[in-house]
Design a protein around this ligand. Sequence first.
Ligand code: ADP
Ligand code: ZN
Length: 300
Amino acid sequence: MRLGALEAGGTKMVCAIGNERGEIEKRISLPTETPEITLPAMEKFFRENAVEALGIGCFGPIDLNRASATYGYITTAPKLAWQNCDIVGYFRRALNIPVGFDTDVNGSALGEATWGASRGLENSMYITIGTGVGAGIVVNGKLLHGMLHPEAGHILLKPHPKETYEGKCPFHKNCFEGLAAGPAIEARWGAKGVELADRKEVWELEAYYIGQALVDYLMVLSPQKIILGGGVMHQEQLLPLIRREVKEQLAGYIVTKELEDLESYIVLPALKDNQGIMGALKLAVDEWEMSLQTPGDRVN
Ligand code: ADP
Ligand code: ZN
């Protein structure tokens, strides 16, 4: 089967052609301009490649409620030109094929759960720490949506006793994203993360916040594995520091075989930088399969 995958981001749109085994045949990247410019350009690529279904992992917030009149819309996105954009409807109408849709981080979580580090596990989390912080959550083998979709990057964190920076989130200041995303690192220390590689205190503080967030997620969701992606995680010294913080902050409260082996429990993405696009491919597979069922059999 020829399937289309779209990783829709605020700066670029990665479009790929692949199959149900997760094999990517070709891909292109287009800058995210306005919907009027970028949607037809993507449509052209998918049309030329005769895809039979499309999956979209999308920046948000987005409407994932299939019963809603605005299902498949990008809703209140900070990227103004894309607010209230019916991205799913556009491709459904233009290409007349099933279109799967989820958040970008849920897409990455699905990619890893299907073909990567959390393959075969019923419960896992994928967290990206980049320009923002977000999490995709697999619970009992399904992506967690709930009322909207998780916004796990905005959980409030306790500032470090020596913290002097108030936090960058315009809504909450000291949430996970506000204290630990790439722009927060830059605002606190006056330089980009990549330029701070040899500053030990930068990464110890970063690990303190990431560790704190992981402990909170772990207590609530009890994932069997946690995968950490995004630009900030390219700092190789960070992962061991995060594992150390998690161990310390858990304080021995939970005892499981997974937590005895934190090197296998908290890991980097196995799909390198392909988890997002491969997750979008799996969204296409799932939507295509769902389209074969009669409407009465559908579960969601
Ligand atoms: P996005 O979140 O926009 O999709 P990324 O995941 O690449 O993109 O995240 C970009 C953020 O990550 C920027 O704030 C950047 O400073 C930071 N970043 C990128 N690479 C590194 C690195 N090697 N070390 C530390 N921070 C990095
Ligand atoms: Zn916030």
